[in-house]
Design a protein around this ligand. Sequence first.
Ligand code: ADP
Ligand code: ZN
Length: 724
Amino acid sequence: MKIDVLVEVNVGTQDQTFTYLVPSELESKIEIGKRVKVPFGNRKLEGFIVAINNQPQDYQLKEIISVIDEQKVLTPEMFALGKYMSSITLAPLIHCYQTMLPTALKANRNINIKIKTKTYLSLNKSKEDVLSYVESTKSKIQKDILNLFLDKDLIAKSDIIKKASLKILIDKDFLKEVYQEEYRLPEAFKNSNQVNLTIDQLKVIEDFQIGIKDIYLLYGVTGSGKTEVYMNIIDRCLEEKKQAIVLVPEIALTMQLVNRFQNHFGNKVAILHSRLSDGEKYDEWRRIERGEAEIVIGPRSAVFAPLKDIGVIIIDEEHENSYKQENSPRYHAHDIAFYLGKKHHAKVLLGSATPSLESYTKAKVGIYGFLELKTRVNNHQLPQVKIVDMKESMRQGYRILSKELITAIKDKLNKKEQIMILLNRRGYSNYLNCQSCGHTFKCPACDITMTYHKTSDMMRCHYCGYATKKIDVCPECKTKSLRSIGFGTEKLEEELKKLFEDAKIIRMDLDTTTQKGSHSKIINAFSNREYDILLGTQMIAKGLDFDNVSLVGVINADNSLDIPDFRSGEKTFQLLSQVAGRSGRTSLQGEVILQVFNPDHYVIETVKEHDYEAFYRQEIIMRKKLNYPPFCFIASIKIISKEYEKGFKLSKEISDFLKKELPNNTVLGPTMANIFKINNYYRYNCLIKYKNKEEVLETLKKVQNHYQTNQNFKIEFDFNPIHF
Ligand code: ADP
Ligand code: ZN
């Protein structure tokens, strides 16, 4: 017997498989989709069996070493999905399969998951037989034991103390042992307080149920009750004996939503959390496979959960960047959801208070169904947004916190209400700069200035993690004139502590949340009112629901408008609207203060009015003028090279080829990528603006097949890229 195996190596052409012989004693274990261990050069690798090979072979084949799995890990459906993913991303098939599986089931991870089983007992004879034995036996203990089973099917063996009598009952075949896999995570229990849905919520659900579109956009302002709508739709889906997937941007930041789902659905929910251990993730995967969990909640990779009959796929905060994977395969969870929706005849529901321009446009023109929740539940008012012009504030000497924000914080502290402050920049200062010669400290491996972190007294590169001790003397001109420019959350925290000595302040950013569970700890503590002020980066902006927060302040709120990216306006609008939505979610009247340098920018003006429509109308005009999505699609081709000159030469060659092959599309570049050097690799970028993907895929495949990539030179294809 011969089999074709797909392994993860950088030799040969893309997706090449290798043929191996199967020793006769292993033949009975062979099944397509299982993993095998094979010799490869002088290494041993794991790979997936993708075919049984019946072709005659005239060269010497090597034998496989072992078959890893008892059950196949890749099903025919997963093979098909992997191929689809590879075809739309141009990523190697092996990357696609690996991405779809939990770590414990990936090839070549060499992870041994201990499967814990627990022994239970159940009756092994009919109730009549058991009853008549209970009547006749003289043993009181045996009677007692058997009586336990008359109203309970399964009892843990460890719960029965009288082992001797138990053994007799097992030997006499009255009881048998049953083994069940034990899961590492504790069971969740229902704890539901039913709400009565509002008329608006019921209408949305009704329209979704009876509608005939495949995909729906639920556009609902923050606090409009979208989560309740999701849960109700899933209730109906379970009634039809179907399952549901709920995608969220990042679990750690959406624990409140997860808890609501657990309270409502109890143990039917499986959570695929990136911070679970490999064993815990494996357990959740198995619970889903066995049909014990019917609702899967997780980040983008949860879309691959092994559900048999999907009834609905919900993507909450559909506009979030985290639905796009940044490394190969560069897939977007939307595309996988749409594919699965079609396969399972399941509808896809996208929800957001600030939809992506692409989704909103599709909903407006009728490609997606359009559902809307215009007001907050119980008609709570959206918070009042005040804009503070920092040019003016700086003149008055208020450089970090404006007078307006300081006054508002004092007022809320007095009222014992809580405050959130967003500054989307971590660290102490943005960078250090020599006042006498202008020297700045750049990462030696990346083309980017290093950020000063005061707690550790280090300068760090936020791209590659390189860190070096801060020095006082400029290495260039040897004077002591280094000044820190700009500021991050670390300095903001220091400033707040200085100004509000009695307030309890907690910071949440990448630096304070490195440990498992640290997000939840901070969120719970703030929710329990152990702190007055929560400050942080964009981590605090999304999804959180605190009932006592009545003030949200945003520092440098318009900073992100300066990023050279056609989506910077959209991303800024989304972030500011989301964080504003954290204020005044219950009976308290919410207030928001945005500190900006461009108070007249349309993004700032429309955030102030909570007017997504007005923002959309302005933004879409720009997109049309400059021909950007949704008026076209974008593909980026990144040429990544160790050598500066060679990288440029190859980029030029590729760009010329694309221009020749794709005369009906716009090909831009090569340009230097926004961050030109990362980790000692130079990065050039070509862009294609296109309408017809087939044609572009064809051409890019030619590029892919033409160049031999290696350690010093790589090409990355990215459709609908987020970073340029
Ligand atoms: P969104 O997901 O749109 O931000 P949520 O579903 O979190 O909104 O709802 C906001 C708040 O209103 C939550 O505290 C939620 O429990 C409450 N809520 C939602 N629907 C109802 C309802 N029909 N009746 C009472 N309270 C509701
Ligand atoms: Zn670096």
